[in-house]
Design a binder for this molecule. Structure first.
Ligand code: ZN
Length: 246
């Protein structure tokens, strides 16, 4: 009986050793790759320079779960908020940064945004510069401008505020002095200005209820009227979001 078992065992080894060994090797290889990759990620701490995260605990938790899965060590949240604050209350930027720093220390860097309230007042530029300085004091690593200039942000007379408006020059200058990078989103994808029909590559996106065609066409007109000057704004990154160049 014993010798029979031994024979089966030997047979089993002979017949099954090759595929079993292959599986074991493959599993070992995968484990090794995981270990190597995890070590590499820990060491390199990939930085995602372009995130827009609503600063709620739920969104931050979700963001970190995704970051951990794909190996991102640090995220730059470009939606840090403005530094405007009523009285002694903390600003949106201050609150957002504090929450992220509390929940996930070292995982998020924040860029600030500009509050355009009072654009038509003569001292807007000075107040805007003070916003930048306040952001810098609170720990803003940079200043992000959304693609609203030349698209829909308007002055009191209804004119689009353009990216090369001289009133904004002191803002760009102060950011430079403080060493704060300025990423600017300019315009919309090209397809937003092409005929709105089934040949449009963004047909489905444009037909979503949240993005009605009429609004998109308005934006096309707005862009033609308002953002031609964006090309002059050298030092930033994009005229059209699909043809990013430095
Ligand atoms: Zn963005």
């Amino acid at each position: 009986m014993k010798s029979q078992r031994a024979l089966f065992a030997i047979l089993g080894l002979c017949l099954g050793s090759a595929p079993t060994q292959t599986v074991l090797n493959a599993a070992g290889d995968v484990a090794t790759v995981h270990r190597t990759a995890d070590g590499w990620r820990r060491e390199h701490r990939i930085i995602d320079l372009h995130q827009h995260i609503d600063s709620t605990p739920e969104h931050l938790v979700r963001a970190v779960q995704i970051m951990d899965r794909v190996g991102i060590g640090i995220a730059v949240n470009l939606s840090g908020g403005t530094t405007t604050h009523p009285g002694d209350a903390p600003s949106e930027f201050g609150r957002n940064k504090q929450l992220a720093d509390q929940l996930f220390p070292g995982r998020f860097i924040h860029y600030m945004n500009l509050d355009y309230t009072g654009w038509d007042q003569p001292d807007f530029s000075e107040r805007a510069v003070r916003q930048i300085e306040e952001g810098n004091r609170l720990g803003a690593a940079g200043f992000k401008e959304y693609k609203r200039l030349g698209l829909y942000l308007r002055d009191g007379a209804g004119q689009l505020i353009k990216i090369d408006d001289p009133k904004l020059d002191p803002v760009w200058k102060r950011c430079g002095e403080l060493g704060m990078p300025v990423p600017v989103h300019v315009a919309d994808p090209k397809a937003f200005w092409l005929p709105y029909d089934q040949t449009n590559e963004r047909w489905k996106e444009l037909s979503r209820p949240s993005e009605p065609a009429g609004a998109c066409m308005d934006r096309r007109d707005a862009r033609a009227a308002g953002s031609a000057g964006a090309a002059k704004a050298g030092g930033w990154n994009a005229l059209a979001v699909e043809s990013v160049s430095s």
